[in-house]
Write a protein that binds this ligand. Structure first.
Ligand code: SAM
Length: 212
């Protein structure tokens, strides 16, 4: 039954323009209903963001698919995600064969999601803290994805990106952002593409918004 719903979601995402078969296969495989709170399970395969507690959301499947496609994932990529939230985006990257590192600033969400990763047997490295300063211990990363909206691109994340790597990050005001796809051509040389009209919760931290 749930697999049927996932298949319908994948068909819908294809109609909306998602083409990367690796992304579509991961969405078919990863059980989104395990990443949403129990009262939301019946809504898990609708193309909507859903509340996960602490004022945060699991992103809309289309947004997850679009951002993951934009990352141009190659199997074995080392990927840093900022904003673990429910863990769904991290699980999608894991299903695509990435080595995933993820950071969450909310302690309750962090504990809850780490427990879920353990329960599902997902080998994902998770850390509690401010993701705007990245995870220096494991840099450089092939790809970095930020799943909360930033006022500016955190410089630490650009620094921790490999030359030849790509950072995908929503940048704008607290309510509306453009998604920036930033290719690191060389140290201090970047190529930037942008797509408008995304709405993420704010990225709070040293190189993000103030809390409040
Ligand atoms: N990727 C998530 C998923 O698959 O469910 C979406 C999470 S939600 C849209 C954004 C998350 O970013 C929230 O859980 C929020 O607490 C977190 N966040 C905000 N600022 C952060 C920061 N500086 N470092 C780490 N996490 C942050």
């Amino acid at each position: 039954m749930k697999e049927e719903e996932r298949k319908e979601l994948v068909d819908h995402l294809e109609k909306r323009g998602i083409k990367d078969s690796k992304v579509l296969s991961a969405i078919l495989k990863v059980e989104r209903h395990l990443f949403v709170p129990p009262p939301m399970v019946h809504l898990a395969y609708n193309d909507n963001a859903l509340p996960i507690g602490k004022g945060q959301t699991i992103s809309q499947p289309y947004t997850v698919a679009y951002m993951t496609e934009a990352l141009q994932i190659q199997k074995g990529d080392k990927v840093l995600e900022i904003g673990t939230g429910s863990g769904y985006q991290a699980a999608i990257l894991h299903a695509m064969g990435c080595k995933v590192y993820t950071i969450e600033r909310d302690i309750d969400l962090y504990h809850k999601t780490v427990k879920l990763f353990e329960k599902l047997g997902l080998r994902i490295a998770a850390r509690f803290g401010d993701g705007t300063i990245g995870w220096e211990e494991f840099d450089p990363f092939d790809k970095i994805i930020v799943t909360a909206g930033a006022p500016e691109v955190p410089q630490k994340l650009l620094k921790q990106l490999k030359v030849g790597g790509r950072l995908v990050i929503p940048v704008g005001d607290r309510k509306l952002q453009s998604l920036r796809m930033i290719d690191k051509i060389d140290d201090d040389d970047y190529r930037i593409n942008e797509r408008p009209n995304f709405a993420f919760v704010p990225l709070i931290g040293k190189e993000g918004w103030n809390n409040g």
